[in-house]
Design a protein. Structure first.
Length: 727
């Protein structure tokens, strides 16, 4: 049983390897006792408070008069005596603040809960515990949802606040989780970046200062990712305690961690309270986004693999959740805005001969868009540029044996567009101020149903007009000018969140009405690569940076939470358009294999030799597809330690441990290249293996503890694959 409730009101959530425990004290307060490695059936409540600590306060939370500031409550509230990071701040109808939630009831539901209008992990194999607390003074209910997925050690949480008073209440802060970790010294791994260098890894000590990872951009952003790992200060890939905290949300977020005055580490996470104020009317509810937590006491690799599996099986949906996805060619870096139908068909023709299965027409096919200054919002085909109808172009591409995909940027509007002429009020703009342009465009007010309906109808018309099997959903700027003509002045603080709910609603409508379309999310590269988006679209463009060497760090950082199968990765030309670096074509291929693998170039301009190499790559990628996409993923050599090894390396291992694929990429050539042994992971230690069909055989434990000699590579950026199979 994943959820155990005993008569002392001790609530225990068990997964295969972890335990999460809470209990209700005599006063009805719900305390957090423990989260970590699995422990047997016992009462862990003693861990939630510090004994005999200070006579001035009873620190025994089972007794009366305990101090909120010295205990660990599941729902930490601002303004009622807990001076640390809090998850909830509200104002009652009479202007009073704070809440004192006490136990009301609980229920256990079969299967995993879902959240109204928001993405969440799902699955019949999950179980749900709902603990309902009620404020002592007002009829405000706090439904604490816990989802338990035993197999992947995943525990999810979300909070639903229900206003049963006769008046409105205001939320100034409504986070999804408070998590206290007693004692110990912890680090936080977070994934920061910018456009073209997303999800770079930074490891910082959690000290008595608050460490904050956040976004106020209206999107999860390139700058920070809504996922962190809080770990033992000595945790590594294979050893130590590590807690993953990932928000299933794509908008403004915050994840904060600090050590309190008594050395307890507290983490809170949820919607960023900055710019947030939400009114909950009588008999209405407010749902926080879900937080997805995985604990591992075997370091980061185990944690990552549990996230990867849970995302693949219990977050991504639709036809392409498990189906093999087509190898695509996207024309963006190949043509930018400069194309017509003949050019695209010529590309498709050459690509088809090499094994490419899907042609994606990127930005520039609609309105009169020949650069990035116009036409967003005008989702009708530029028939002059496409030399006829979209249907005609798609038929020509289909005739070359390729499926057809198309690019949209549904959330934005250009001033130079028909949509803007007809509906200038559709953009987010503050009255009496000039709204801010970014990439020459504005953001549509997605809080408004009529705006979403307009975009939906236009998209449906395009998607029904031809045989389209793939959509790239882009979002190339962030939210400013936060004012909605459709909301009263008291509700302007709801826009950021309502914007996200609007986007999710549109995505739900579109993806469920077009179940055969593969959707890929994108946001100026990887600016909205998060668990929320993966619920609607099973893959995301990882970065506009397609340089294989820069991608080592980008894909490395991304892999801590997100599976290979979600990472859009394409081979592009050299010198690279972003940084002018020249890398071998096979290196570019190898790096893209550990993502979705596709092409982003003008194939008609490639030499016969290059085309032959691409053909080889596509065949090789298809051969290794299942191993790469469903295998356990191990980071072997970090791209952050070039002084320790000449290589960056990673590996995938099949679930039955019968085969593995290792990829190495060398950095800049150094004069004194030393032979290197590479240790692999995840094999059966008692079985014999061969490497690339070698005569020599190796014991699994030898490969994992001593390693094998890497082939000699003296060229900069050389890359190799090592296929390890049972002997
Ligand atoms: C963004 C995307 C690119 C491309 C362009 C088109 O930058 O990340 O892949 O689609 O927009 O404008």
């Amino acid at each position: 049983m994943a959820i155990i409730v005993n008569k002392e009101k001790i609530f225990t959530l068990n997964t295969q390897n972890t335990t999460y425990q809470m209990y209700v004290n005599e006063d009805g307060v719900l305390f957090h006792s423990y989260y970590g490695a699995r422990v047997g059936e016992c009462d862990l409540s003693y861990a939630s408070h510090k004994p005999n600590w200070n006579a001035a306060f009873s620190s025994n939370p089972r007794g009366k008069g305990y101090s909120h500031n010295h205990t660990s409550e599941e729902l930490s509230v601002f303004g009622v005596g807990d001076f640390r990071l809090s998850a909830l701040a509200l104002v009652n109808h009479d202007g009073t603040t704070g809440a004192e939630p006490v136990y009301h009831s609980y229920k256990i539901l079969k299967g995993k809960y879902q959240i109204k209008g928001m993405p969440a992990f799902y699955g019949d194999e999950g179980e749900t515990l709902v603990i309902t607390l009620k404020d002592k003074a007002y009829d405000i209910y706090f439904h604490m949802y816990y989802g338990v997925f035993e197999e992947n050690d995943l525990i999810t949480r979300a909070l639903v606040i229900e206003n049963k008073t006769n008046s409105e209440i205001k939320l100034n802060k409504a986070l999804s989780v408070t998590l206290d970790l007693q004692g110990g010294t912890y680090d936080m791994l977070h994934f920061y970046g910018a456009h073209m260098r997303e999800r770079l890894l930074e490891r910082t000590r959690i000290t008595h200062l608050t460490s904050t990872v956040s976004s106020v951009r209206g999107a999860s952003s390139h700058t920070q990712n809504p996922f962190v790992i809080v770990c033992d200060k000595s945790a590594t890939e294979e050893f130590g305690s590590a807690y993953g905290i990932g928000l299933v949300y794509s908008g403004n977020f915050v994840i904060c961690a600090e050590k309190d005055q008594h050395e307890t580490t507290r983490v809170v996470a949820g919607i960023n309270p900055e710019g947030f104020e939400y009114t909950v009317a009588p008999n209405e509810t407010f749902e926080t986004p879900e937080v997805a937590m995985v604990y591992s006491n075997e370091g980061f690799a185990k944690l990552s693999n549990n996230y990867h599996k849970a995302i693949r099986n219990n977050l991504c949906r639709g036809k392409y959740k498990n189906a093999r996805r087509p190898v695509l060619i996207n024309n963006w870096e190949g043509t930018y805005f400069d194309f017509n139908a003949d050019k695209l068909v010529a590309m498709a023709k050459d690509a088809g001969k090499l094994g490419v299965e899907l042609f994606v027409m990127d930005d520039g096919w609609f309105g009169h868009r020949d650069d990035d200054r116009s036409s967003l919002g005008d989702w009708f085909v530029n028939e002059e540029k496409l030399q006829g109808s979209l249907d005609n172009l798609v038929k020509r591409i289909n005739a070359e044996g390729l499926q057809f995909g198309i690019w949209f940027e549904p959330e934005c509007i250009s001033e130079d567009s028909e949509l803007f002429k007809a509906h200038p009020d559709y953009r987010l703009a503050i009255p009496n101020r000039d709204p801010q342009l970014s990439r020459h465009q504005f953001v549509l007010d997605m809080t408004r149903k009529e705006v979403r309906d307009n975009i939906y109808d236009q998209m449906v018309e395009v998607l029904n007009s031809a045989n389209i099997t793939y959509v790239k959903w882009d979002f190339n700027r962030h939210l400013t000018d936060i004012y909605s003509a459709a909301l009263p002045k008291e509700r302007q603080g709801e826009i950021y969140h309502r914007y996200m709910l609007g986007v999710y609603e549109l995505l739900e409508r579109l993806t469920s009405n077009f179940p055969n379309i593969l959707f890929e999310s994108c946001s100026g590269g990887g600016g909205r690569f998060d668990l929320g988006m993966l619920y609607y679209m099973p893959q995301a463009w990882t970065s506009d940076n397609t340089d294989a060497i820069d991608r080592l760090k980008i894909q490395y950082g991304t892999s801590f939470a997100y599976p290979v199968r979600a990472m859009g990765a394409h081979v592009s030309v050299c010198p690279n358009h972003g940084n002018a670096r020249v890398t071998p074509l096979n290196t570019r291929g190898n790096v893209a294999y550990f993502g979705t693998y596709g092409l982003e170039l003008d194939i008609t301009k490639m030499t016969d030799e290059e085309k032959a190499e691409i053909k080889r790559q596509i065949a090789e990628f298809k051969e290794y597809y299942d191993l790469i996409q469903y295998g356990d993923y191990y980071r072997l050599l970090s791209p952050y330690t070039p002084d320790e090894s000449r290589y960056c390396a990673w590996e995938v291992v099949s679930e039955d441990k019968s085969e593995a694929l290792v990829c190495t990429v060398a950095y800049d050539s150094k004069c004194t290249v030393q032979p290197e042994l590479l240790k692999v992971k995840g094999l059966d230690q008692n079985k014999m293996y061969r490497i690339n069909g070698s005569e020599e055989t190796y014991l699994g434990s030898a490969l994992m503890n001593i390693g094998f000699w890497l082939e000699y590579d003296h060229l900069s950026y050389a890359s190799r694959l090592y296929h390890i199979t049972l002997a």
